[in-house]
Design a protein. Structure first.
Length: 288
């Protein structure tokens, strides 16, 4: 499996900035890996390269702040702050929020952490869906190979080896997805902790924390959905692994007992159909 490449899309950036503004009333921006603004709740600076984001993404600073004093000296500036969006230790973009620093800083930190977790979850989910597609293709090849075995007993030995190799490759790909499942569990746990911290910060902020409390509630929902999806996927992967193991056992039995070839082939076809169904269920899980 290739290492995931985490990129912030314009759709995701637009969704985040609109959501935070609708819930808190604070305008926000999101920059991509090139420091270009691709999400702007005010809709006035899209496509502009953000100088503060450039410094953050280069690693020169960990955050950029514009205080009320800075605005007094330069009216073109807006009070606010910018933070890096970090996934697996790599800065893939930035998130900025306008407003008084003491009110917006807790929101900025929690939303940035949530955004990083969501970006990772979406990218990893796409990878799992890709692996599931590869599994489905391999199963189709196995089914075609089985049909050949039924039509020509003379080619049985070579075909059996080919099907066994395909099944082994499928098992390896399914095992690779378990790493992503573990990542998803970790993201769900971290998001739940973030929502708890967000709720505490909202309570401390009092009146100013009302919008922040809504963000915390959404984080709690995301945590629950991530946990449920992870367990559902884990169950499906278990079914796939069990079905593939049965396929391999069936192939070995058919090679050793050619007298029962017809019966064994029928069983294997049913097993392959079971694997196909489990794989399709896995793909549909990520399309919801």
């Amino acid at each position: 499996m290739h290492v995931a490449e985490y990129r912030i899309t314009r759709e995701l950036a637009g969704e985040l900035t609109r959501f935070v503004y609708d819930q808190t009333g604070y305008h926000t921006i999101v920059c991509d890996q090139d420091a270009v603004i691709i999400g702007d709740s005010a809709g006035t600076r899209l496509g502009i390269t953000h100088s503060g984001a450039v410094r953050i993404l280069r690693g020169e600073v960990d955050a950029v702040f514009v205080s009320a004093g800075d605005v007094a000296q330069n009216p073109d500036l807006k009070e606010g702050q910018n933070y890096p969006v970090v996934v697996n230790g790599v800065r893939v973009g930035t998130f900025g929020i306008a407003g008084k620093l003491e009110y917006t800083q807790p929101i900025a930190k929690v939303v940035t952490a949530l955004f990083s977790a969501r970006l990772k979850a979406l990218t990893d989910a796409a990878q799992v869906a890709q692996v599931a597609g590869q599994v489905s293709a391999n199963v189709e090849q196995a089914a075609a190979a089985i049909e050949e075995m039924s039509a020509s007993s003379q080619e049985m030995a070579s075909t059996t080896d080919r099907v066994a190799k395909i099944s082994d490759d499928t098992v390896k790909k399914v095992r690779e997805t378990t790493k992503i499942i573990d990542m998803s569990r970790s993201i769900a746990t971290q998001t739940k902790l973030l929502s708890l911290n967000a709720s505490i910060e909202a309570a401390r902020a009092g009146l100013h924390g009302r919008g922040f409390a809504v963000v915390a509630q959404e984080m709690q929902k995301l945590s629950q959905l991530s946990a449920e999806a992870t367990e559902s996927i884990n169950a499906i992967l278990g079914e796939i692994q069990a079905s593939i193991k049965t396929v391999i056992e069936g192939i070995n039995q058919s090679a050793a007992a050619s007298a029962e070839q017809a019966r064994a082939m029928q069983e294997i076809i049913q097993m392959v159909e079971s694997v196909q169904g489990s794989t399709n269920a896995l793909v549909q899980t990520f399309r919801k």
